[in-house]
Design a binder for this molecule. Structure first.
Ligand code: SAM
Ligand code: TMP
Ligand code: ZN
Length: 404
């Protein structure tokens, strides 16, 4: 049975199989071990609409629930990014705007909107992160955004001048329901602005670890343009962002409401010239992924055989893909350090490497640190200068395996 495209119903062409994988954010206690949920992580592209997507869906309640452990405010660079983004959105909106966010998490963006005294609403299904934002005074509906909840919000709270979403739209397989919801909730001259990892950057860097259960879609300007059009919506602007290893911020409006900027046509032409949707490009990406897996496993085995200590840095969701695909367990990586209390004292999904607090890193420093949080490299290098000073070396695997 061929898998079907969740956007247009076309037959997906699978190009990468990352094997049996756990939920990337399911950090475990010993008690959870016998019931660990696994699924097949594989990616396909739709020849009809070009959307790249997972071939298997994980039920949303398994990923986003009370204990969802990702707190957006854990990175100072991301906090600043979202403070700036909130100010930019408010400055571009008309007087007294109503700002809605999908996936507002711990309120990393809406806190700034709240502080500016603007009307706002977050949709956030995950209980504890939503509670963290409510404690600050942010207005949140503790539910999933879809056509039904969007219609409720429209009726109860009015039309949105800005709908913003970061690192969430690509998480939602039921996209037709989401876009129907956007059409219902968005004011006639409003904008829907969302930013997600850019497939163009994922291919350029062979960052296959961006692929995991929560990241269902891998967008390009071309696939987003085709995705929104059937819903009376139009892609009117795109802007590349440096965060999370390379993202694009897409601006969408009701069709005909705004004139698309030249940036849209320029990026789509660049994607065509690069052959981003071509089977040959996707095959090269899959081959590069296997090469990184082999190189990383060989390096870690050599270091172990030579008696070196290797510690992981950042218990990212991305690291679940790398460790499970490459078979990297506690015999190769002693522990992973992470600043998130909800992850500490637990075991990483699938490979069961212990997660320890950030302070464990220097107690004492290992010889090598495997940088799982490579997207936060600048922030981490700035605060971990003592590691290199003590003779420590960083191992990276994006865009290739190297030690420095
Ligand atoms: N926007 C934050 C950021 O960029 O750091 C959070 C991103 S986090 C990776 C994804 C968030 O989306 C989670 O907090 C999750 O609970 C939420 N989410 C998942 N599906 C959703 C849906 N249908 N509607 C609203 N939020 C959703
Ligand atoms: P992300 O790549 O999905 O944003 O996840 C980053 C993870 O790394 C998150 O669990 C927090 C952790 N982290 C650290 O442990 N130290 C740091 O300095 C930063 C920036 C993140
Ligand atoms: Zn399609």
């Amino acid at each position: 049975m061929p898998h079907t495209c969740q956007i247009c119903g076309g037959a997906l062409e699978e190009f990468l199989d990352l094997g049996r994988q756990p939920l990337a954010d399911a950090f475990l206690t010993e008690r959870d071990l016998p019931d660990e949920f696994m699924y097949r992580l594989a990616v396909g592209a739709c020849p009809a609409c070009t959307m790249v997507q997972l071939v298997e869906q994980v039920p949303r309640e398994k990923m986003f629930h009370t204990d969802y452990p990702y707190y957006s405010s854990g990175s100072s660079v991301m906090r600043e990014h979202f403070q700036r983004t909130a100010r930019t959105l408010l400055a571009a909106a008309g007087p007294d705007p109503f700002v809605v966010e999908i996936g507002s998490n711990d309120g990393v963006l809406l806190r700034t909107v709240h502080d500016a005294g603007a009307r706002h609403l977050g949709f956030e299904p995950s209980g504890k992160v939503a509670a963290a934002s409510m404690e600050y005074g942010v207005h949140v509906r503790n539910e999933f955004f879809d056509a039904g909840t969007a219609a409720d919000a429209r009726r109860e709270e009015g039309a949105a001048d800005v709908i913003f979403s970061a690192n969430t739209i690509c998480h939602i397989p039921y996209m037709r329901s989401v876009l129907e919801g956007i059409r219902t909730l968005l004011a006639p001259d409003g904008v829907f602005v969302f930013e997600d990892p850019y497939f163009g950057d994922i291919v350029a860097k062979t960052s296959f670890d961006q692929i995991y259960d929560e990241h269902f879609y891998f967008f390009t300007a071309r696939s987003v343009q085709a995705m929104v059009a059937p819903f009376g919506l139009e892609l009117v602007d795109v802007r590349r962002l440096p965060v999370h290893g390379g993202e694009v911020r897409y601006t969408v409006a009701h069709a005909g409401a705004r004139t698309p900027s030249d940036a849209v046509a320029t990026l789509i032409a660049e994607e065509r010239a690069r052959g981003l949707a071509d089977p040959a490009t996707l095959r090269r990406f899959a081959a590069g992924t296997a090469r990184i897996r082999d190189d990383l496993r060989a390096l870690l085995r050599r270091l172990r055989d030579e008696g070196h200590r290797v510690v992981g840095y950042g218990a990212t969701a991305k690291s679940a893909t790398v460790t499970n695909y490459a078979g990297i367990g506690p015999e190769l990586v002693e522990f992973v350090c992470d600043t998130t209390p909800a992850k500490q004292g637990r075991l990483t999904p699938g490979m069961h490497i212990p997660v320890r607090p950030a302070e464990a890193f220097a107690d004492p420093y290992p010889g090598y640190a495997l940088l799982f949080a490579w997207n936060h490299a600048d922030e981490i290098m700035a605060k971990e200068q003592g590691f290199r000073a003590a003779g420590g070396k960083w191992i990276r695997y994006v865009p290739d395996v190297h030690v420095s």
